[in-house]
Structure formats: C-alpha cells, structure tokens
Design a binder for this molecule. Structure first.
Ligand code: GLY
Length: 332
C-alpha cells in the first residue's frame, strides 16, 4: 500500500520547491490546510463530481472554480442549479412532498477545515444548501431544523416561497389514492444531489441537498444533512457523499466509512464498493432500495459504486463534463 506523505503548510516554504506542491494564490484560510505532497503529475484536480446526471450543476461548480471561488462556494453554486430546477422532483423547488403534502428539505455543507452546517426538515426556502453554509458560518450551531431553520433563513434575506409545484402535487394526489398513507421504499424515489469539489490547490469541500424520501412521514430526516452519513470531508484524505435510502446510509455512517477506508489506502472506487457491500450484507431487503456513493481522494481521483445499476455520476475534469456509469453490485 502506497503511503502518502502530508506536510503542514506552515513548514512548506522551502519544501514546496523540492516537491512541487502547489500553493500559488492561497488565501489565509487555505494556508492552514494540510496538503498532499505528491508528484504533480499524479494530480487529477481541479475536479467536481456529483450524483446523477446533473451536467448544468457541475458546469456551474466548475465555472465557480475557474473564477477562483472556493471549493465550498463551487459546491453551493452547483447544487443551487438543481435546487432551482422545478422539473427535478427530489431537490429544492418541485421536490416531492411528505405524505401530508409538505415539501421539507435537508441539506448540509462541509469545508476543508472540517466545519459543517446543516438544515433539516426546512420548508418554503428554495436553497437549503446556502442556508446550511450560513448556519456553519454565522451561528454558534451546526444544525438548525424545521421552523427555526426557516426563520433563520428569512432573517438572512431568503424569501419564503411555495415549493410544491403542480406536477409534484399531482404525483402526491395520485400516490394518496393507492398508498394507504404508507411511505414507500423503492429504488426510484431518491435522487439526492451530493457534490464534491477540489480546487486547483487541492482544497476539498462538499455539499448534499434533498427533499428526501417521497411521501415520507412528517418530520422524517434522512442521511443527506447528517455529517458522516450523507456527506463527509477530510481535507487530508478525501470526501464522500451519498444518494439513496437515507435510513441505510445513516445506519452504516456511510460517507465517513468511505473516507476512513480511503485513509486505510483504498481507492475511492474500492472504498465506495466496500461501503455499499456493508449495506448489502446487513440488509435482507437490499433488492428493494438503492444506495450509491461517490468519492474523491486527495489526488483528485474519483470513484463511485451503487447497489443497483441505473445510478450515474457526473464528473467535470480537464474542461470536460462527462456522465459516468459506475459499477454496481446488482447489475442487470
Ligand atoms: N438520501 C436522501 C434521503 O434518504 O433522504
């Protein structure tokens, strides 16, 4: 197993010239970051990876990186594209509601310093990921939920709006006719957007945003906004985010697990696969639900793995925005 060497930026001045570590144009906050001292030819960054086929979202994140914005801001800008897309029924406006017809959103962000912010079960605000960043930066807390999250968002200048589109309302009304008020678990009703970005200096951040399980019980929260489950970033090692049935991701602390597996030397792909296999091996009914992880390591290498096929990831690297079809456990 190849061991990576990490050095503190504080001691970098003389060493950087020898190892070619890139520190050009660092901000003060980036200067505190531990960076990988690798052969520059190994570097596969800057890079953006997101769950599902979301090329406009990754293009927006890439553009933000190109403009010199932080990896965190790139992720927020990218996720905001899907939050504002009324045709997407799993994130932001147009998200499918809970079984009582309310659209409730979960989102979180994590930056290169290990700072984290989240909103849970928040209504009426289109961009929960931007609110999550403000929770992280402008409050003494890391999670705000429900009415408190909404009030905080409004106090920060976000406007309240109806997130239930006519199409999602029709979907909910159709569901009510046959569902007997029971939440459905299946492999189609989770399309959470998780996104990871690494800037030209190798700084990593991530975000995750969702309306959660369609027609869920009121108050239900999934993995997406919970640190270690739907998202985890360790700037020394890499990052991971998840999509799929949140209950299963939560029980295995999936994103943290993937990062820890990369710390032990696994590639992003191998780590995602092992985390999926933990779920498959523990859950008798894995055939009934989907879970997928995407990950990146400190070199900017990316990987993904899902229980079932049908999952895709979008990767923006070297100026190319591509949809990748990862391996899955249950290929048809
Ligand atoms: N992964 C999204 C959710 O379960 O809420």
């Amino acid at each position: 197993m190849k061991r990576r060497k990490f050095i503190q930026n504080a001691a970098l001045g003389s060493v950087a010239a020898t190892i070619g570590a890139s520190l050009i144009a660092c901000t003060d906050s980036e200067k505190k970051t531990v960076i990988a001292a690798e052969d520059p030819s190994d570097r596969k960054y800057p890079v953006v990876i997101a769950t599902w086929d979301v090329k406009e979202a990754t293009a927006s994140a890439w553009q933000s990186l190109k403009e010199g914005k932080s990896a965190l801001q790139a992720v927020i800008d990218g996720c905001a594209v899907e939050e504002a897309n009324a045709d997407g029924q799993s994130v932001g406006v147009g998200g499918l509601p809970d079984r009582d017809g309310r659209v409730t959103l979960d989102a979180c962000v994590m930056n290169e310093h290990g700072d984290y912010g989240a909103v849970l079960c928040m209504e009426n605000i289109m961009h929960p990921i931007a609110v999550a960043k403000m929770v992280m930066e402008d409050t003494p807390h890391v999670i705000l939920a429900g009415v408190g999250a909404e009030q905080f968002a409004v106090s920060q200048g976000f406007k309240r709006e109806n997130l239930l589109t006519e199409a999602s309302k029709r979907g909910w009304e159709a569901w009510k006719k046959t569902a007997e008020y029971k939440p459905i678990i299946n492999i189609e009703n989770h399309d959470t957007i998780g996104m990871l970005a690494m800037d030209k200096n190798g700084v990593i951040s991530g975000g995750c945003t969702t309306s959660g399980l369609a027609f869920k019980m009121a108050g239900r929260v999934g993995d997406s906004a919970i640190i270690g489950a739907g998202l985890f970033v360790d700037n020394e090692i890499g990052a991971c985010t998840a999509t799929g049935l949140g209950e299963e991701v939560l029980k295995t602390v999936g994103s943290y697990l993937v990062v820890e597996l990369m710390r032990q030397g696994k590639s992003p792909q191998e780590a995602c696969k092992e985390a999926v296999m933990r779920i498959v091996n523990k859950s008798k009914n894995y055939k009934d639900f989907q879970v997928a992880y995407i990950a990146m390591n400190k070199k900017g290498e990316t990987g993904a793995y899902s229980i079932h096929d049908g999952f895709v990831a979008t990767v923006y690297r070297d100026g190319k925005n591509t949809t990748e079809v990862p391996e899955s456990y249950n290929s048809l």
